[in-house]
Design a protein around this ligand. Sequence first.
Ligand code: FES
Length: 262
Amino acid sequence: MDAGLIPANLYECPVVESRQVGAYRQVSFVAPEIAALAQPGQFMMVRLAGKSLDPLLPRPMGVHDVDSDLVKMIIDPVGKGSVALAGAAVGDRLSVLGPLGCGFDLEGAGPAVLVAGGMGAAPLTMLARALAARGREVACILGFKTRSQAMVSELYRDVHVEVVTEDGSAGRCGLACDLLPGLVEKRRGRELPEIFACGPAEMLAEVARMARKHGARAQVSVAAHMACGIGSCQGCAVSRSGGYVKACTDGPVFDAEDLQWR
Ligand code: FES
């Protein structure tokens, strides 16, 4: 490929660790440039390098964590692309474009409540640590279908975490949003928490509804089908008042009140 066509933030990164975390796979790779720049809520486009071109398209992967020059991602092996990435072994090389998109706005003050559903818990670990490092009181509500998924909650450290599962096999039985009103109500008469959420569309819509009801600010990270990650394919349109925006370049994090919810 003409060197001029290769994006400046495309890297070939060796995998140095791959381990199972319950139902998910945690893969760590060396990417000092990405580790230095990545902000909570940003993502990468990732595919196996130097192997078969099938699957051809990279997968959007949230930055789960950074540690020195390492970048970590959590993979739910459910489709062809994610199964291939989850099978990456130590020594394999990944083609990684990133960091991409707009992450969470960390400039607020006061308490923060993080709400995640399923794989939405992966990118919020970095956010929880960043907010705590700014001296903010952080509480996390992590919702999963079942215990094997809930094991990813063990990756959260030094913050208050409530686990909820739909089948009651770990933590409380229910949905993540079930606990949100209680946490907000507990602060009645005091400073309202800012809500940060990542998860399925129905959960984000409920978070947006509750935030509006209580007058709290909510930032949500939306999941969208992404083929390019850089604003070219038009495949990640998100409905916002006044028109459509692109999740990959205008988001994936948005103020909940700016989006149109069904
Ligand atoms: S993923 Fe291609 S425009 Fe957003």
